[in-house]
Design a binder for this molecule. Structure first.
Ligand code: ZN
Length: 226
């Protein structure tokens, strides 16, 4: 009986929407699907924060801010930098962040032979494992630049390819407030934010983080690994 009342209640609700939106006979089904979609995405209001091109001398400051904000992030490291900043690479793993392979030296993979592409991926896998004790399971192409051949190489090595949905362009140093407004304004549920902890002066990226966390958390986002 309770089930019947619930069904009648749902029917009345749909009918109410249908009367408000009379043009198509499909309206009740459409309304039901839309409501379900909204509920599902509200339950999954997550965003992943990713840092590329490190580790560098800026990474420890970023790790301090992440720890203070209780946020875990994904670090797409260059193999060469993992070798140059071993202590920081180890700290990334120790503090619960995810390591991601971003090639040995930021090569544009569309210009590489298949064997050169494989060597970039494999060398970096081994270097990150040797330095941190952790083997990456994810890979991000430098410049996001790939083709079907190099994507096949990465997948052959057992790696999942990570892209992004929000490009802060923090590397171009547009000012801290611009980095914050891009990160917050363009984030949608399930998004992936691209920032940089290496490759140049990253003081603006560092300065933007507290505000990004505060404003995205105020919007109901939780941070997940990419
Ligand atoms: Zn990069």
């Amino acid at each position: 009986m309770a089930k019947l009342i619930a069904l009648l209640g749902a029917g009345a609700l749909i009918l109410g929407f249908a009367q408000a939106n009379p043009p198509t006979t499909e309206a009740p089904a459409t309304v039901t699907v839309a409501a379900a979609t909204v509920q599902a995405s509200a339950a999954r209001k997550t965003v992943a924060l990713t840092f590329d091109d490190g580790p560098s001398k800026y990474t420890p400051q970023i790790l301090d801010i992440l720890r203070r904000n209780k946020v875990k992030a994904t670090f797409c490291m260059l193999g060469n930098n993992a070798g140059s900043y071993k202590k920081t690479a180890k700290r990334i793993v120790r503090e619960g962040h995810r390591v991601c392979n971003h090639s040995r030296n930021h090569a544009d993979f569309t210009t590489l032979s298949t064997s050169a592409a494989r060597s970039q991926v494999v060398w970096t896998q081994r270097k990150i494992k040797k330095v941190t004790g952790r083997t990456p399971h994810v890979f991000r192409f430098p410049y996001g630049s790939s083709n079907s051949r190099t994507r096949a190489v990465v997948r052959d090595e057992g790696l999942r390819i990570v892209g992004w949905t929000v490009d802060t362009r923090d590397w171009s140093r547009p000012g801290t407030s611009t980095i914050v407004s891009r990160a917050v304004g363009k984030t949608r549920p399930g998004g992936v934010i691209l920032m940089h902890d290496g490759g140049g002066n990253r003081s603006q990226s560092v300065a933007a983080l507290d505000k990004i966390f505060k404003r995205l958390k105020a919007k109901g986002y939780t941070f997940v690994l990419a």
